[in-house]
Design a protein around this ligand. Structure first.
Ligand code: OAD
Ligand code: ZN
Length: 237
């Protein structure tokens, strides 16, 4: 069966990496983007998460796009995050490359996590790179300071998540390098529609996909699990 095939591929892998997307965190109560219950399908226009809107219409960014940061408050890792952390600890997979900004892989104990779309837990000054915790930053936003100013240099502070139109962070270069080393990748909970991250699965010989619904890489995959990630990952672990 599929589980046996996936296990065999992982056992024979010389170097395996995992790529996760919003689908691994839906079981923690965080919406994904493109499924029936996703942000773009129901709550926010896709362009609200862009540098263009952040810069030209900060009021709109903080009303619309910013909700994805506020929704993360109090969210906990689910058994899928835990299973991946254990697989990493055992050396079955090496880097966890995540498009998620929720820090839930780390909260589940994962050590090598490459956050290729940044993180929600910090804000930074666009001018001097001063860092601030999300909590302190958000207090200023909630009190109506939009956009919040840098306490050090007076520049504009912004979230440390990657928005459409942003350059990719160093973590993405690290992810490319890790994937170059890899012969095997497990994709979990991503529609694989957003570039440049969606190029990564092309670079490996063996691909295992755990995702509700189809992806553009289904024809390249050795094994596809079309279902809830956490029970499948728990079994696989
Ligand atoms: P998407 O919403 O595009 O894809 C999530 C996928 O996970 C969908 O195919 C869902 O059907 C699937 N899914 C949902 N819950 C699942 C579960 N419990 N088990 C298995 N599969 C499940 O999210 P991403 O691919 O992560 O970027 O989106 C990529 C990027 O688009 C995000 O990082 C974000 C967004 O715009 C930026 O904002 C820059
Ligand atoms: Zn500054």
């Amino acid at each position: 069966d599929k589980l046996a095939r996936a296990t065999e591929i992982l056992k024979n892998a010389k170097y395996a990496v995992c790529l996760t997307g919003a689908g691994i965190s839906t079981e923690s109560g965080i919406p994904d983007f493109r499924s029936d219950r996703g942000y773009y399908t129901n709550f926010i226009p896709e362009d609200a998460l862009s540098v263009g809107v952040l810069e030209s219409n900060p009021q709109r960014f903080y009303k619309e796009g910013y909700t994805i940061l506020k929704d993360l408050e109090g969210k906990e890792p689910n058994p899928g995050h835990v299973a991946l952390a254990k697989m990493q600890e055992k050396g079955v997979i090496h880097e966890i490359i995540t498009q998620n900004i929720d820090d839930l892989h780390q909260a589940a104990g994962a050590k090598q996590v490459l956050q290729v779309h940044g993180d929600a837990s910090t804000a930074r000054c666009e001018r001097c790179n001063y860092r601030e915790d999300f909590k302190a930053f958000d207090e200023r936003v909630q009190s109506g300071e939009i956009p919040p100013k840098c306490p050090k240099c007076g520049g504009v502070m912004r979230t440390n998540v990657v928005l459409f139109g942003d350059a990719m962070p160093q973590a993405f270069d690290d992810a490319v390098r890790a994937t170059e080393k890899a012969d095997t990748m497990i994709v979990v909970g991503s529609s694989l529609k957003v570039m440049p991250v969606a190029y990564l699965p092309r670079m490996v010989e063996h691909l295992i996909i755990i995702n509700k619904g189809t992806t553009p890489y289904d024809h390249n995959a050795d094994v596809i699990f079309d279902g809830e990630a956490s029970p499948i990952l728990t079994e696989l672990e």
